[in-house]
Design a protein around this ligand. Structure first.
Ligand SMILES: [Fe+2]
Length: 380
């Protein structure tokens, strides 16, 4: 139980507008919101913004902490605590941690390694050591031989909250350009060009052998357990049709304007990388998130590989796109991901919602996280 809190003298980010006023919290829940002077103030935020805690659906960043250098494996419990601290300090109060099933050339966890990391996360959560509310996003590389065994091993022991259906075969989707694939994987693996060429052939054979069958099995597994599904790197109308058939809720990183438009129109929430917004384009040379936002096809931002990009990216959308507005931009990192992931109890500052709140100050036009609360408890 937490005591009563009143955040006074605030710019409060409601779902549709920013108001000058206050927010009252009791026992971890938002109980009252008002305009103007607060009835009493326990925390004077000096005119800073108070926004909902951010909701991150796809972070890869745990991998950076688990493997800070090639061939260096950092102790799991320590990596998780450092990762969690960075997540919370970025204003993220709900985070879906990506764990991969299906081996790849740049990161090849064994099945037991996956279960071990998930177990360490669960243990930290049970001991109430974590600042953010951590959930599991199982990224399934469908072309990999062992993906089914690994996904089943993970799901057999732990609750999985989101599953994404990935296919990183060179020459398609994220890597429609083989040169982009060579740059990305060559850089990560350090393989020479002739070895990369052999790998391209191997991966094409793996796609033929596994993609369709594994996709059907993973989709069935998700349905059986009621897990939210995401597509990944959809590029063509055929990809989107496949996602509609499989009843996916979220389209992660569509690589073309057409795939984003068709997904959004079909009621699939389009998720794009916040680093893509901040940097002004995709590192793989695909469609820019900002272009999708301008066209009205962007629903959700994700910090992907840089936790701090989530808040930064939302503010950039509001700053760069005329008429977009801050309230709408903030929805891409709060209410929209909450709804897409079926989290009804959070994602906006409204009576009865969880008191996941972030105090933000604009410094030289950029958002700075000053304080973070999860269910009324200060966590950063
Ligand atoms: Fe991808």
């Amino acid at each position: 139980m937490t005591r009563d809190l009143v955040f006074a003298n605030a710019k409060v980010a409601l779902a549709d507008e920013i108001i000058e006023g206050w927010v009252a919290v009791r026992d971890g829940v938002i109980v009252e919101i008002g305009r103007g002077a607060a009835p009493r103030d326990s925390i004077d935020v000096s005119g800073d913004l108070v926004i909902p805690g951010l909701i991150e659906l796809h972070t890869d960043h745990l991998e950076t902490h688990l493997k800070p250098r090639p061939k260096v494996h950092w102790p799991e419990a320590s990596a998780i605590m450092a990762f969690d601290a960075q997540i919370a300090a970025s204003g993220i109060t709900t985070v879906f941690d990506c764990i991969r099933a299906g081996r790849d050339v740049d990161y090849a966890p064994q099945a037991n390694e996956i279960v071990s990391v998930i177990g360490s996360l669960a243990q930290a959560r049970e001991r109430d050591l974590l600042r953010a509310d951590h959930r599991l996003h199982l990224r399934c590389e469908l072309t990999a031989d062992g993906v089914l065994e690994e996904a089943e091993a993970a799901m057999g022991r732990h609750r999985v909250d989101l599953i994404s259906l990935m296919d990183h075969t060179p020459g398609a989707r994220q890597f429609a350009s083989l040169d982009a694939w060579r740059t990305y994987y060559g850089g990560k693996s350090g393989f020479p060009p002739d070895q990369l060429d052999r790998l391209i052939e191997t991966k094409r054979v793996m796609h033929e052998r596994n993609y369709k069958r594994h996709r059907a099995c993973i989709v069935a597994l998700a349905r059986e357990r009621g897990v939210v599904l995401a597509s990944h790197d959809d590029t063509t109308p055929a990809h989107v049709d496949e996602s509609i058939t499989d009843r996916v809720a979220i389209a992660e990183f569509p690589t073309s304007l057409e795939a984003a438009r068709l997904s959004h129109e079909a009621g699939i929430d389009v998720l794009m990388g916040a680093p893509n917004v901040v940097r002004g384009g995709s590192h793989s040379g695909n469609v820019a998130a900002e272009a999708l936002a301008r066209a009205g096809h962007l629903d959700i931002l994700s910090s992907d590989y840089v936790p701090a990009s989530l808040l930064f990216g939302a503010f950039e959308l509001a700053r760069r796109i005329e008429g977009f507005g801050l309230a709408k931009a903030l929805r891409t990192v709060t209410l929209n991901p909450a709804r897409a992931a079926s989290l009804e109890d959070r994602g906006e500052i409204a009576e009865g919602k969880r008191a996941d709140l972030v105090r933000v100050r604009l410094v030289d036009g950029q958002p700075v996280v000053r304080e973070v609360y999860r269910e009324g408890r200060r966590v950063s």
